[in-house]
Design a binder for this molecule. Structure first.
Ligand code: PNS
Length: 158
C-alpha cells in the first residue's frame, strides 16, 4: 500500500491543486492532503477554514483524506508511514524552491521520496495569491476555484 502526502498552504485550494490531487490519487493507494502554514506567507484563512474548503472540494475522491500539519512535515510523513511527498510543478519558476525543499526533506529522511505532478496546462497560471488578489479587487474567480471557495473568498475579502 503506497501512502503519499500532498502538503501545502492551500490558502485557499484552487483548481490547480484539485487537478494535482486527482492525478496523484490515481497513482497512490492513499493520499493525505496536509494543510500547513508556510512561514513565508501570511494566511488569509485559518487552517480549519482551509481544511473545510478542501474537504468539500474533494468529496468525490474516495482515497483522499485531509489533515492539519503541526510541526515538521517530514516527521509527520514518517509517522503516517507514507513513502512519498507529492508536490505540484507548474512552471520552471517553481523549480528552484521545490528542488531545495525536496533535497532538505531527503536529507532529513533519506527513504521518503518527493514526486512532482504537473497539472493540466489549463491551470498552470493559477495561484492562491493571484486568486485572492483578483477576488479582493472584485474580479471574477469562478473559473479558478470551486463555487464554495469563491463564496468564502468574497465574504472574507470584499
Ligand atoms: O503551498 P506552499 O506554501 O508552497 O507549501 C509549503 C509547505 C507548507 C509545504 C512548506 O512550507 C512546509 O513543508 N512547511 C511545514 C514545515 C516544514 O517542514 N518545513 C521544512 C520544509 S523543507
Amino acid at each position: 500500500m503506497t501512502i503519499a502526502v500532498y502538503p501545502g498552504s492551500f490558502d485557499p485550494i484552487h483548481n490547480g491543486h484539485i487537478d494535482v490531487i486527482a492525478r496523484a490519487a490515481k497513482v497512490f493507494d492513499r493520499l493525505i492532503v496536509m494543510i500547513a502554514n508556510n512561514d513565508a506567507k501570511q494566511p488569509c484563512f485559518t487552517l480549519l477554514e482551509r481544511k473545510q474548503m478542501i474537504d468539500e472540494s474533494l468529496k468525490h475522491l474516495h482515497n483522499v483524506e485531509t489533515d492539519i500539519l503541526d510541526g515538521l512535515l517530514i516527521e509527520t510523513v514518517y509517522q503516517k508511514k507514507a513513502q512519498v511527498i507529492v508536490r505540484g510543478l507548474r512552471a520552471v519558476s517553481d523549480f528552484e524552491y521545490e528542488f531545495q525543499m525536496a533535497l532538505m526533506n531527503r536529507r532529513l529522511k533519506e527513504d521518503i521520496e518527493t514526486f512532482f505532478v504537473v497539472p493540466s496546462e489549463d491551470h498552470t497560471f493559477i495561484s492562491s495569491r493571484l486568486v485572492k488578489e483578483v477576488a479582493r479587487l472584485g474580479g471574477e474567480v469562478g473559473a479558478f476555484v470551486p463555487e464554495h471557495v469563491k463564496k468564502a473568498l468574497i465574504s472574507k475579502l470584499q
